[in-house]
Design a protein around this ligand. Structure first.
Ligand SMILES: O=C(O)CCC(=O)C(=O)O
Ligand SMILES: [Fe+2]
Length: 307
Protein backbone atom coordinates (compact mmCIF):
# COMPACT_ATOMS: atom_id res chain seq x y z
CA UNK A 1 0.00 0.00 0.00
CA UNK A 2 1.27 3.47 -0.78
CA UNK A 3 0.64 6.25 1.68
CA UNK A 4 -0.42 9.03 -0.65
CA UNK A 5 -3.54 11.09 -0.23
CA UNK A 6 -6.25 11.36 -2.86
CA UNK A 7 -4.82 12.72 -6.09
CA UNK A 8 -1.14 12.64 -5.34
CA UNK A 9 -0.44 14.32 -2.04
CA UNK A 10 -0.89 17.70 -0.52
CA UNK A 11 -1.60 20.76 -2.58
CA UNK A 12 1.29 23.19 -2.27
CA UNK A 13 0.61 26.92 -2.13
CA UNK A 14 1.78 28.73 -5.20
CA UNK A 15 3.56 31.97 -5.73
CA UNK A 16 1.28 33.61 -8.22
CA UNK A 17 3.78 35.80 -10.00
CA UNK A 18 2.65 37.89 -12.91
CA UNK A 19 -0.66 36.95 -14.42
CA UNK A 20 -1.37 37.06 -18.08
CA UNK A 21 -2.83 40.10 -19.78
CA UNK A 22 -6.60 40.57 -19.59
CA UNK A 23 -8.29 38.68 -22.40
CA UNK A 24 -5.16 36.67 -23.06
CA UNK A 25 -4.36 33.28 -21.72
CA UNK A 26 -0.81 32.54 -20.70
CA UNK A 27 1.14 30.05 -18.68
CA UNK A 28 2.70 31.12 -15.47
CA UNK A 29 5.17 28.80 -13.81
CA UNK A 30 6.60 29.41 -10.39
CA UNK A 31 8.87 27.68 -7.90
CA UNK A 32 7.79 26.93 -4.40
CA UNK A 33 9.84 24.77 -2.06
CA UNK A 34 11.29 22.85 -4.98
CA UNK A 35 7.93 22.07 -6.53
CA UNK A 36 6.72 23.84 -9.60
CA UNK A 37 3.08 24.43 -10.39
CA UNK A 38 1.71 25.57 -13.65
CA UNK A 39 -1.33 27.77 -13.98
CA UNK A 40 -3.36 29.69 -16.49
CA UNK A 41 -5.51 32.69 -15.70
CA UNK A 42 -8.39 32.64 -18.15
CA UNK A 43 -10.81 35.37 -18.97
CA UNK A 44 -13.82 33.65 -20.47
CA UNK A 45 -15.03 35.46 -23.57
CA UNK A 46 -18.65 35.35 -22.52
CA UNK A 47 -20.29 38.76 -22.77
CA UNK A 48 -23.55 37.52 -21.25
CA UNK A 49 -21.75 36.64 -18.03
CA UNK A 50 -19.47 39.69 -17.91
CA UNK A 51 -16.25 38.03 -19.09
CA UNK A 52 -15.69 35.99 -15.93
CA UNK A 53 -12.20 34.92 -14.87
CA UNK A 54 -11.15 31.46 -13.93
CA UNK A 55 -7.79 30.16 -12.81
CA UNK A 56 -6.67 26.67 -13.79
CA UNK A 57 -3.78 25.02 -11.99
CA UNK A 58 -1.89 21.85 -12.75
CA UNK A 59 -0.19 20.52 -9.64
CA UNK A 60 2.84 19.32 -11.51
CA UNK A 61 6.27 20.44 -12.60
CA UNK A 62 6.44 22.53 -15.75
CA UNK A 63 8.45 19.72 -17.37
CA UNK A 64 5.64 17.23 -16.61
CA UNK A 65 3.05 19.61 -18.00
CA UNK A 66 5.07 20.06 -21.18
CA UNK A 67 5.28 16.28 -21.47
CA UNK A 68 1.53 15.75 -21.49
CA UNK A 69 0.94 18.88 -23.59
CA UNK A 70 3.45 17.96 -26.31
CA UNK A 71 3.91 14.18 -26.20
CA UNK A 72 0.31 13.46 -25.23
CA UNK A 73 1.47 11.01 -22.56
CA UNK A 74 2.55 11.30 -18.92
CA UNK A 75 2.69 8.71 -16.16
CA UNK A 76 2.16 9.92 -12.59
CA UNK A 77 2.96 7.37 -9.86
CA UNK A 78 0.68 7.23 -6.83
CA UNK A 79 -1.90 9.64 -8.19
CA UNK A 80 -4.43 8.15 -5.77
CA UNK A 81 -3.72 6.18 -2.60
CA UNK A 82 -3.96 2.39 -2.47
CA UNK A 83 -6.78 2.77 0.03
CA UNK A 84 -8.89 4.90 -2.26
CA UNK A 85 -8.06 2.65 -5.22
CA UNK A 86 -9.42 -0.25 -3.19
CA UNK A 87 -12.67 1.63 -2.43
CA UNK A 88 -13.14 2.44 -6.11
CA UNK A 89 -12.36 -1.14 -7.20
CA UNK A 90 -14.90 -2.58 -4.74
CA UNK A 91 -17.59 -0.14 -5.86
CA UNK A 92 -16.93 -0.99 -9.52
CA UNK A 93 -17.24 -4.69 -8.78
CA UNK A 94 -20.52 -4.09 -6.96
CA UNK A 95 -21.88 -2.18 -9.94
CA UNK A 96 -20.66 -4.81 -12.39
CA UNK A 97 -22.48 -7.51 -10.47
CA UNK A 98 -25.69 -5.48 -10.54
CA UNK A 99 -25.40 -4.64 -14.21
CA UNK A 100 -23.98 -7.72 -15.92
CA UNK A 101 -26.50 -9.39 -18.16
CA UNK A 102 -29.04 -6.61 -17.57
CA UNK A 103 -28.01 -4.15 -20.26
CA UNK A 104 -25.50 -2.31 -18.08
CA UNK A 105 -21.86 -3.46 -17.92
CA UNK A 106 -20.95 -4.63 -21.38
CA UNK A 107 -18.65 -7.64 -21.85
CA UNK A 108 -16.27 -7.26 -24.79
CA UNK A 109 -14.99 -10.53 -26.18
CA UNK A 110 -11.37 -11.18 -25.17
CA UNK A 111 -11.25 -7.90 -23.32
CA UNK A 112 -13.33 -7.95 -20.14
CA UNK A 113 -16.13 -5.53 -19.51
CA UNK A 114 -16.81 -1.85 -19.09
CA UNK A 115 -18.88 -0.24 -16.34
CA UNK A 116 -19.71 3.30 -17.42
CA UNK A 117 -20.90 6.65 -16.03
CA UNK A 118 -19.67 5.90 -12.52
CA UNK A 119 -20.29 9.39 -11.11
CA UNK A 120 -24.03 8.90 -11.60
CA UNK A 121 -24.05 5.50 -9.95
CA UNK A 122 -22.28 5.72 -6.61
CA UNK A 123 -21.38 8.56 -4.25
CA UNK A 124 -18.01 6.95 -3.62
CA UNK A 125 -16.90 8.42 -6.97
CA UNK A 126 -18.03 11.98 -6.21
CA UNK A 127 -14.65 13.12 -4.81
CA UNK A 128 -13.46 12.77 -8.42
CA UNK A 129 -15.44 15.93 -9.14
CA UNK A 130 -12.66 17.69 -7.21
CA UNK A 131 -9.84 15.66 -8.76
CA UNK A 132 -6.61 17.44 -9.58
CA UNK A 133 -7.03 15.95 -13.03
CA UNK A 134 -9.64 18.68 -13.62
CA UNK A 135 -7.03 21.44 -13.28
CA UNK A 136 -4.78 19.66 -15.73
CA UNK A 137 -7.69 19.26 -18.16
CA UNK A 138 -8.45 22.97 -17.87
CA UNK A 139 -4.84 23.81 -18.60
CA UNK A 140 -4.98 21.72 -21.77
CA UNK A 141 -8.54 22.16 -23.05
CA UNK A 142 -9.65 25.50 -21.65
CA UNK A 143 -11.46 26.63 -18.51
CA UNK A 144 -14.76 24.85 -19.20
CA UNK A 145 -14.41 21.09 -19.33
CA UNK A 146 -16.74 18.16 -18.92
CA UNK A 147 -15.78 14.86 -17.45
CA UNK A 148 -17.06 11.33 -17.52
CA UNK A 149 -15.81 8.39 -15.52
CA UNK A 150 -15.85 4.84 -16.83
CA UNK A 151 -14.05 1.66 -15.88
CA UNK A 152 -12.75 -1.56 -17.32
CA UNK A 153 -12.34 -4.90 -15.62
CA UNK A 154 -10.24 -7.50 -17.44
CA UNK A 155 -10.87 -11.07 -16.36
CA UNK A 156 -8.31 -12.93 -14.27
CA UNK A 157 -6.80 -16.22 -15.45
CA UNK A 158 -7.47 -15.77 -19.16
CA UNK A 159 -4.54 -15.93 -21.55
CA UNK A 160 -4.39 -13.98 -24.82
CA UNK A 161 -6.76 -11.20 -23.74
CA UNK A 162 -6.10 -7.52 -24.33
CA UNK A 163 -7.02 -4.48 -26.38
CA UNK A 164 -5.59 -3.91 -29.88
CA UNK A 165 -4.14 -0.60 -31.17
CA UNK A 166 -6.81 2.09 -30.88
CA UNK A 167 -7.59 5.71 -30.09
CA UNK A 168 -10.54 6.91 -28.05
CA UNK A 169 -11.97 9.53 -30.38
CA UNK A 170 -11.77 8.18 -33.93
CA UNK A 171 -13.76 11.09 -35.37
CA UNK A 172 -11.81 11.68 -38.57
CA UNK A 173 -12.79 11.09 -42.17
CA UNK A 174 -11.18 11.12 -45.58
CA UNK A 175 -11.19 13.62 -47.16
CA UNK A 176 -10.90 15.90 -44.18
CA UNK A 177 -13.60 18.61 -44.44
CA UNK A 178 -12.37 22.21 -44.58
CA UNK A 179 -13.81 23.10 -41.19
CA UNK A 180 -12.73 19.93 -39.47
CA UNK A 181 -10.87 20.35 -36.20
CA UNK A 182 -9.08 17.37 -34.72
CA UNK A 183 -10.87 16.02 -31.64
CA UNK A 184 -8.96 16.88 -28.49
CA UNK A 185 -9.59 15.18 -25.18
CA UNK A 186 -7.64 14.24 -22.07
CA UNK A 187 -8.02 10.72 -20.80
CA UNK A 188 -6.66 9.72 -17.41
CA UNK A 189 -6.26 5.99 -16.91
CA UNK A 190 -6.17 5.36 -13.16
CA UNK A 191 -5.07 1.80 -12.38
CA UNK A 192 -6.77 0.09 -9.46
CA UNK A 193 -4.70 -3.12 -9.73
CA UNK A 194 -1.00 -3.70 -10.38
CA UNK A 195 -0.19 -4.56 -13.97
CA UNK A 196 2.74 -6.90 -14.58
CA UNK A 197 3.89 -8.92 -17.60
CA UNK A 198 1.18 -11.55 -16.90
CA UNK A 199 -1.57 -8.93 -17.11
CA UNK A 200 0.12 -7.35 -20.15
CA UNK A 201 1.92 -4.00 -20.42
CA UNK A 202 0.23 -0.91 -21.78
CA UNK A 203 1.99 0.21 -24.98
CA UNK A 204 1.74 3.81 -26.07
CA UNK A 205 3.11 5.79 -29.04
CA UNK A 206 4.20 9.24 -27.80
CA UNK A 207 3.02 12.18 -29.94
CA UNK A 208 0.72 9.92 -31.97
CA UNK A 209 -2.38 12.00 -31.16
CA UNK A 210 -1.35 14.16 -34.12
CA UNK A 211 -2.06 11.17 -36.39
CA UNK A 212 -5.64 10.09 -35.73
CA UNK A 213 -5.89 9.03 -39.40
CA UNK A 214 -3.29 6.23 -39.05
CA UNK A 215 -4.34 2.67 -39.64
CA UNK A 216 -3.38 0.25 -36.86
CA UNK A 217 -1.29 -1.81 -39.32
CA UNK A 218 0.81 1.27 -40.13
CA UNK A 219 1.94 1.72 -36.53
CA UNK A 220 5.67 1.41 -35.88
CA UNK A 221 5.80 -0.96 -32.89
CA UNK A 222 9.40 0.10 -32.28
CA UNK A 223 8.33 3.62 -31.35
CA UNK A 224 6.03 2.43 -28.55
CA UNK A 225 6.84 2.87 -24.88
CA UNK A 226 5.89 0.08 -22.53
CA UNK A 227 4.23 0.91 -19.20
CA UNK A 228 3.52 -1.38 -16.26
CA UNK A 229 1.33 0.77 -14.01
CA UNK A 230 0.86 -0.06 -10.36
CA UNK A 231 -2.28 0.39 -8.30
CA UNK A 232 -2.93 4.12 -7.82
CA UNK A 233 -0.80 5.23 -10.79
CA UNK A 234 -2.33 7.41 -13.48
CA UNK A 235 -1.48 7.42 -17.15
CA UNK A 236 -2.51 10.78 -18.60
CA UNK A 237 -2.95 10.69 -22.34
CA UNK A 238 -4.46 12.66 -25.14
CA UNK A 239 -7.58 10.68 -26.02
CA UNK A 240 -6.24 10.13 -29.52
CA UNK A 241 -2.89 8.71 -28.46
CA UNK A 242 -2.46 5.33 -30.11
CA UNK A 243 -2.20 2.57 -27.51
CA UNK A 244 -2.79 -1.12 -26.93
CA UNK A 245 -2.10 -3.73 -24.29
CA UNK A 246 0.10 -6.79 -24.49
CA UNK A 247 -1.78 -10.07 -24.34
CA UNK A 248 -2.37 -11.49 -20.86
CA UNK A 249 -1.11 -14.90 -19.75
CA UNK A 250 -3.28 -17.49 -18.05
CA UNK A 251 -1.64 -16.39 -14.76
CA UNK A 252 -3.07 -12.88 -15.14
CA UNK A 253 -4.75 -11.39 -12.11
CA UNK A 254 -7.73 -9.08 -12.40
CA UNK A 255 -6.95 -5.75 -14.07
CA UNK A 256 -9.28 -2.93 -13.07
CA UNK A 257 -8.85 0.64 -14.21
CA UNK A 258 -10.86 3.83 -14.39
CA UNK A 259 -10.97 6.32 -17.23
CA UNK A 260 -11.50 9.99 -16.47
CA UNK A 261 -12.38 11.44 -19.86
CA UNK A 262 -12.30 15.22 -20.39
CA UNK A 263 -13.45 17.28 -23.36
CA UNK A 264 -14.22 20.97 -23.73
CA UNK A 265 -17.65 21.42 -22.11
CA UNK A 266 -19.41 22.40 -25.33
CA UNK A 267 -18.32 19.26 -27.17
CA UNK A 268 -21.43 17.13 -27.22
CA UNK A 269 -21.17 13.40 -27.46
CA UNK A 270 -19.19 10.71 -25.90
CA UNK A 271 -15.60 11.16 -24.86
CA UNK A 272 -15.12 7.42 -24.84
CA UNK A 273 -15.97 5.20 -27.80
CA UNK A 274 -18.80 2.80 -27.13
CA UNK A 275 -20.30 4.74 -24.25
CA UNK A 276 -23.84 3.96 -23.32
CA UNK A 277 -26.75 5.99 -22.05
CA UNK A 278 -28.04 5.49 -18.53
CA UNK A 279 -28.95 1.84 -18.29
CA UNK A 280 -31.61 2.26 -15.65
CA UNK A 281 -30.23 -0.87 -14.01
CA UNK A 282 -28.80 0.93 -10.99
CA UNK A 283 -30.49 3.95 -9.40
CA UNK A 284 -29.33 7.41 -10.46
CA UNK A 285 -27.23 9.12 -7.79
CA UNK A 286 -27.41 12.91 -8.11
CA UNK A 287 -23.86 14.34 -7.96
CA UNK A 288 -25.15 17.77 -6.88
CA UNK A 289 -25.98 16.29 -3.44
CA UNK A 290 -22.28 16.22 -2.63
CA UNK A 291 -21.27 19.42 -4.44
CA UNK A 292 -20.58 22.63 -2.55
CA UNK A 293 -18.97 24.64 -5.34
CA UNK A 294 -20.31 26.84 -8.12
CA UNK A 295 -23.34 25.10 -9.71
CA UNK A 296 -22.21 26.31 -13.12
CA UNK A 297 -18.95 24.42 -12.79
CA UNK A 298 -20.82 21.25 -11.86
CA UNK A 299 -23.04 21.65 -14.92
CA UNK A 300 -19.94 21.95 -17.06
CA UNK A 301 -18.33 18.88 -15.51
CA UNK A 302 -21.47 16.81 -16.00
CA UNK A 303 -21.83 17.88 -19.64
CA UNK A 304 -24.95 19.94 -18.96
CA UNK A 305 -23.26 23.11 -20.16
CA UNK A 306 -25.34 25.39 -22.39
CA UNK A 307 -24.38 28.73 -23.91
O1 LIG B 1 -6.21 -1.92 -19.80
C1 LIG B 1 -5.49 -0.99 -20.13
O2 LIG B 1 -4.36 -0.83 -19.64
C2 LIG B 1 -5.95 -0.01 -21.17
C3 LIG B 1 -7.33 -0.31 -21.70
C4 LIG B 1 -7.74 0.59 -22.82
O3 LIG B 1 -6.96 1.24 -23.45
C5 LIG B 1 -9.17 0.71 -23.15
O4 LIG B 1 -9.98 -0.06 -22.64
O5 LIG B 1 -9.52 1.62 -23.92
FE1 LIG C 1 -7.89 2.69 -24.66
Amino acid sequence: MRSRTMDGGTFRPIHRGKLSQPFLMGYDTSCDRGGILVQAEYRMWDSFKGYPRRTAQADMKASQFERIRDDGILVVDGFISGEIAEQFALAIERLAELELGKGGARPVSGNGYYVRNLIEKDRVFHPLLRSKAIGIARMLLGPRVSMRVDSRIAFAGIGGAGVPWHIHFPGVSEPSPPWFSPPHSLHCLIYLDDVGPDEGALRVIPCSYTKPFLRPEEIDEGSAVSILPRRGDCVFMHGNTWHRTDASSEHAKQRTLMFLGFTAAWVQGDSNAGGQPRSGVVPYVDPSTSWEGDPEELDELLARFRW
